[in-house]
Design a protein around this ligand. Structure first.
Ligand code: 5GP
Ligand code: ZN
Length: 121
């Protein structure tokens, strides 16, 4: 999709702090994080929302969310994690994405670069 920000991130036209990537998905840090390590899992193929995406891709995204949960526990010592996926009027970017939002009892304060290094090192 020509005018889709997330397709541009997949193509490399817009840079992102990529945490994980395979042939089906890309995971990168949210540009406006609600907490340290807030990331987005997106399919490489352009689907708009939950009505649009196929079940195999969705299952793979859920599998990757489990991997990210393990990674965040190991590397950032999170105390909890919320998964959010917006559709319709509450969805800002119209390319399917799953938010992974870490929770901390006593929030750490890292810069985006520090978080990126901790997650990929
Ligand atoms: P939603 O569509 O579920 O409301 O949220 C879209 C999310 O994408 C927001 O949390 C926003 O900060 C994030 N976002 C929008 N544009 C970019 C971008 O260019 N790069 C990154 N890394 N995140 C973005
Ligand atoms: Zn797209």
């Amino acid at each position: 999709m020509d005018n889709c920000i997330f397709c541009k991130i997949i193509n490399g036209d817009i840079p992102s702090y990529t945490i994980y990537e395979d042939e089906i998905v890309k995971v990168f840090l949210d540009i406006n994080p609600e907490s340290i390590g807030h990331m987005l899992i997106i399919p490489k193929k352009h689907f708009v929302c939950l009505d649009d995406i196929d079940i195999d891709t969705l299952t793979h995204i859920c599998d990757v969310s489990k991997k990210m949960h393990s990674l965040l526990k190991e590397k950032l010592n999170i105390d909890g994690m919320s998964v959010v996926q917006n559709n319709g009027d509450v969805q800002e970017v119209k390319h399917y994405h799953m938010h992974i939002k870490p929770y901390y009892v006593n929030g750490p304060s890292f810069s985006v670069e520090e978080v990126y290094k901790k997650l990929v090192d």
